[in-house]
Design a protein around this ligand. Sequence first.
Ligand code: K2U
Ligand code: ZN
Length: 173
Amino acid sequence: MTVRDILIHPDPRLKKVCPPVAEFTPELRALADDMLQTMYEAPGIGLAAPQVGEMTRLLVMDCVKEENAAPRPMVLINPEVTWTSEEMNTYEEGCLSIPEQYAEVERPAEVSVAWLDIDGKPQEEQFDGLWATCVQHEIDHLNGKLFIDYLKPLKRQMITRKMVKLKRERARL
Ligand code: K2U
Ligand code: ZN
């Protein structure tokens, strides 16, 4: 397993709609393992393949917060939202591709998602709470959408300018 570099916004690869996974290969399993390791190491509770430069519809998440609770690493391939609740929920979101920036985003409080697991087996589950926020945030990544796209233009531009500066500084190191 390898910890992968996480792309930082602005990056054209973070704005692309990713093509679906076509075949279940050992390389796909290795990518999922690398993404889980990268996510835990960040640390984060979710990570989408385009964030590590892999343009494919695969995401990982583990939103278990309790310290002594067992982790629940999940790998979702070709995920699709099949139902959303009327009720909305607002959460102060962050993003591993937009470090140190946080803003309130409103999303459906509950979602049902259908996906294929790492063995290609169809799964379907209803998520609520932080799991619902996270899975919607990750599926947005597969469609080239970032949480800052929900913000007012001025706020989005301010965050983008900060990231451009951060990337310039990191490039100098
Ligand atoms: O996609 C990502 O960048 C991973 C995010 C997922 C996420 C963002 C906002 C709300 C829920 C999930 C990272 O996990 S950001 C770090 C983080 C950690 C705990 C709670 C919220 C965000
Ligand atoms: Zn993100």
